[in-house]
Ligand binder design. Structure first.
Ligand SMILES: C[S@@+](CC[C@H](N)C(=O)[O-])C[C@H]1O[C@@H](n2cnc3c(N)ncnc32)[C@H](O)[C@@H]1O
Length: 290
């Protein structure tokens, strides 16, 4: 079995000119990415009002996923770190906007301006640190924090990705929750090893009574390609509560400051310095001066 692409090289190196062309001309990949994007758009559940929406395609690559967004009548802004993938997208004359950008450093967009977002097969790349300064948790925080800010209230983001293991899945979902998203995980074909697909369905803001998570496909054991029924995983899991980190409890420092000053003064006296006498005013908290 070949190693995962994320293990081989950073994304902008892995998706070089050769790989970008190979990726974009493979009929198998074209078909898979189109199917995944259709499913992500279904889970995005945009209002059926006939008005085209502005969506983000995060890790848009050469525009395969974006093409399906266009076919569904929406506009999109694509973010990608690989210049070669974006060059191929330009050659293919995709109709929408492309930004060469590392999503691990955040999305630089105005707050509340976007109607929804999808990401197809890209987010797992954030979990691989190619340099020690690229700490995955910090990159996930920057990504989800900026995604939360640029989405309009109540808007959704559907991210399909390939977690390497349960710990990575947990790291990604909890990073999203910490940034304020509600929603949950939809796992299509949970009993199939090959057809199993993870969709993180995020809602910008707290859960409301009317928002129910869509049902996963193939829960009954039916699958697109193969079957492996020893998998007992629950296929639609909502976040039970928003999980912002609790504010740290303030430890009372009353008396500690005075103690520290007295000790310091004593120390200086021992050293032979002239030190003012200790009084009831020593180390008192001063009022702010205006
Ligand atoms: C498997 S391709 C998917 C492309 C496209 N979504 C599709 O469906 O064809 C994954 C893409 O994610 C991009 N990517 C990986 N890490 C990224 C990052 N940190 N910032 C932006 N794009 C990234 C890669 O350059 C690559 O184009």
């Amino acid at each position: 079995m070949s190693a995962r692409p994320e293990k081989q090289a950073p994304p902008d190196i892995f998706y070089n000119e050769t790989e970008a062309r190979k990726y974009t001309t493979s009929s198998r990949i074209i078909e898979i990415q189109a199917k995944l994007t259709e499913r992500a758009l279904e889970l995005l559940a945009l209002p059926d009002d006939g008005i085209p929406k502005v969506l983000l395609d995060i890790g848009c690559g050469s525009g395969l996923s974006g093409e399906t967004i266009s076919e569904n009548g929406h506009h999109w802004i694509g973010f990608d770190i690989s210049p070669s993938m974006l060059d191929v997208a330009l050659e293919r004359e995709v109709e929408d906007d492309l930004l060469l950008s590392d999503i691990g450093q955040g999305l630089c967009l105005r707050p509340g301006t976007v109607d929804g977002a999808i990401s197809i097969s890209a987010v797992q790349w954030l979990c691989n640190a190619d340099k020690s300064c690229n700490e995955p948790r910090m990159r996930l925080k920057a990504f989800f924090g900026s995604l939360y800010k640029c989405l309009s209230r109540g808007a959704r983001a559907v991210l399909q990705f390939y977690p390497e293991n349960p710990a990575q899945l947990e790291m990604i979902t909890s990073a999203a929750m910490r940034c304020g998203f509600s929603g949950g995980l939809v796992v299509d074909y949970p009993h199939s090893t090959r057809a199993k697909k993870y969709f993180l369905c995020l809602i910008c803001g707290p859960p409301s009574v009317n928002t129910t998570l869509p049902k996963a496909k193939g829960e009954e054991g039916g699958s697109e390609t193969d079957d492996n029924s020893d998998d007992e995983e629950n296929s639609t899991v909502g976040f039970s509560e928003r999980c912002r980190p609790r504010k740290k409890l303030k430890v009372s420092k009353k008396g500690k400051a005075r103690e520290w000053v007295l000790k310091k003064k004593e120390h200086r006296r021992i050293k032979g310095y002239s030190v003012p006498q200790d009084t009831k005013y020593t180390a008192r908290k001063r009022k702010a001066r205006f």
